[in-house]
Design a protein around this ligand. Structure first.
Ligand SMILES: *Cc1c(COP(=O)(O)O)cnc(C)c1O
Length: 411
């Protein structure tokens, strides 16, 4: 027990900071959109949301909204609720064909990228994605996103699973020398900064046949001429030893997830035996319609225009506020505060000043490294970014006393 998961300890470590957040009213907030940029809390308080993952601001793009509506009208139903392996809408096929053309790799969709990962990883573990059927030893990068780590215990029931030091090419090569078949599981771009060493990993793949599973949710739409993401933009092709998954619910501006595959045999295995890919719902009709509209935008000058707007906003932010993530090309920034209570208090004050940021603490960041997380977007205004920087500076300079609400140890 507890070789790959320990729920009791995870919850007991994580719970206190959430409780403080709740008492400071910076989570569980009910709200409506006023504009794509401004939100209104149910008591009327209006604020700028700086925590949306719609990095290109596409979730409010009129074409995408219209695409969702048109798809419902055209179909006359919200969904075709039956496993895709039996029946699937032509509209879904059209969407996947568009993604395939856009990203230059056979693409399947899923209801979320987490569901895609939950479907794919166990089949890698059982050897069904390897050409000779050998279950690979699986190395999970220590910084791999929760959605991969969560499936680790299932993989460990199929094959040997090893925690890999972050981006440690030596450890990966060492495993390749020792074992006939090895798979490495990682993010393409890491949200807290840094990227996977894709070129070096491809070289290990050439030399040893290393299998790569890459979650590029953080960079889809942000990187690449067609928004194909960081890892895909470096690879010549997605070969039979590589699978990339990514969320369509972030910068892409739609919902669901995408799986980029090499050979078509993998497609049949995945749709028949890929857990939630086989038994659970797929993208519903508005999700498909929005996705088709977004694919068209990705194939138009609008994509590079928005990518450039986002870069401008990131540069403006970096010129005003120092973070470890400055100039790393990714819109997520963590403003270091240190103490958890102080981070929650700062988040609460900023919220009252009209800016929603999220306080992050262990286990999202290291212990004692609590801070405020914000995500920049292409559709932030210059006034929003400057206003946030000013409010932050004032709040951090003023004493944050009185102390924020605390959970008593004996409560
Ligand atoms: C957000 C995120 C996910 C989850 O995406 P869903 O499509 O909502 O499941 C998975 N992986 C990474 C790296 C993410 O950033």
């Amino acid at each position: 027990m507890h070789n790959h998961r320990n729920g009791v300890s995870a919850v007991s470590f994580g719970a206190p900071a959430w409780e403080v957040s709740k008492q400071n009213k910076v989570i569980d907030i009910r709200t409506d959109y006023v504009t794509p940029n401004i939100m209104r809390r149910s008591d009327g308080h209006e604020f700028v949301n700086l925590c949306s993952c719609s990095y290109l601001g596409l979730h409010s793009h009129p074409d995408i909204l219209e695409g969702a509506i048109a798809a419902i009208r055209h179909t006359g139903a919200l969904d075709l609720p039956i496993s895709r392996i039996r029946l699937r809408l032509n509209l879904l096929e059209e969407f996947e064909d568009r993604l395939t053309a856009l990203f230059g790799a056979r693409c399947l969709s899923a209801v979320t990228s987490s569901a895609a990962t939950a479907g794919v990883l166990p089949l890698i573990a059982s050897g069904h994605m390897s050409s000779d059927g050998t279950p690979p030893v699986m190395l999970f990068d220590r910084h791999a996103h929760f959605s991969m780590d969560y499936i680790r215990p299932i993989c460990a029931d199929e094959t040997e699973v090893v925690a890999c030091r972050h981006n440690d090419l030596e450890q990966i090569e060492d495993a390749c020398r020792k074992h006939k078949s090895v798979a490495y599981v990682c993010d393409g771009v890491y949200s807290m900064g840094g990227v996977a060493p894709i070129a070096e990993l491809l070289s290990l793949q050439d030399r040893y046949g290393l299998f790569l599973f890459i979650d590029d949710s953080h960079s889809l739409s942000l990187h690449g001429a067609h928004g194909e993401g960081y890892a895909r933009s470096i690879m010549r092709e997605v070969n039979e030893r590589t699978i990339i998954v990514a969320s369509l619910g972030k910068a892409f501006g739609g919902s669901g997830g995408v799986i980029m595959l090499g050979p078509t045999e993998h497609e049949d295995i995945l749709t028949r035996f890929g857990g939630p890919l086989a038994w659970s719902q797929g993208l519903n009709v508005p999700g498909i319609g929005a996705g088709i509209a977004s694919s068209k935008l990705h194939d138009s000058p609008e994509l590079s225009r928005r990518q450039a707007q986002l870069r401008r906003n990131m540069a403006l932010f970096d010129s005003l506020i120092a973070t470890e993530q400055a100039d790393n090309g990714f819109p997520l920034k963590v403003i270091a505060i240190g103490d958890e209570d102080r981070a929650v208090a700062a988040s609460a004050r900023l919220f009252e000043a009209g800016y929603y940021s999220s306080a992050v603490f262990f286990p999202i960041v290291k212990r004692g490294a609590a801070g405020l997380r914000i995500m920049l977007r292409a559709d932030n205004t210059e006034a929003d970014i400057r206003g946030f920087a000013q409010a932050l500076t004032e709040i951090l300079q003023r004493d944050l006393a009185p102390a924020p609400a605390r959970v008593k140890a004996d409560a």
